[in-house]
Design a binder for this molecule. Structure first.
Ligand SMILES: [Zn+2]
Length: 122
């Protein structure tokens, strides 16, 4: 318990938690946080600092926050705007690349529709 309160950063807290004995009876809902914007959806988020969040799925580990500041698995950036937070991290695509990607997408969509129509005909 004392060790957790003395953790100086998110990495240290993560290490302490991973070394914890289950019998130590820790209040996981009350872990210290290390600054940065307050997370508004703390589901599955146990602690955070400016850039990262602490999560648990069998072991404790640290994952970067989404660009919006929330946990990437809790925010809706992907759904609201595909080019949103994730797109800017990747290599920038030229307009031509985008156009050919859209064209390919349109073609595969058209193919699917054709399959659907033949299914109906059967
Ligand atoms: Zn986001």
């Amino acid at each position: 318990m004392k060790k957790i309160k003395n953790a100086e950063n998110l990495n240290e807290l993560c290490e302490i938690l991973n070394e914890l004995d289950e019998s130590e009876g820790v209040d996981f809902s009350n872990l210290p946080t290390f600054g940065g914007k307050e997370i508004s959806d703390t589901a599955e988020v146990w602690s955070w600092d400016e850039t990262d969040i602490l999560i648990y799925d069998g072991t404790w580990h640290i994952e970067p926050r989404c660009d919006c500041g929330e946990a990437a698995f809790n925010c809706n950036c992907d759904e609201n705007d595909v080019i949103g937070c994730l797109g800017y991290k990747g290599a920038r695509k030229s307009l031509k690349d985008m156009e050919s990607a859209i064209e390919k997408g349109a073609k595969s969509l058209a193919n699917e529709e054709m399959v659907d129509l033949s299914d109906v005909a059967d």
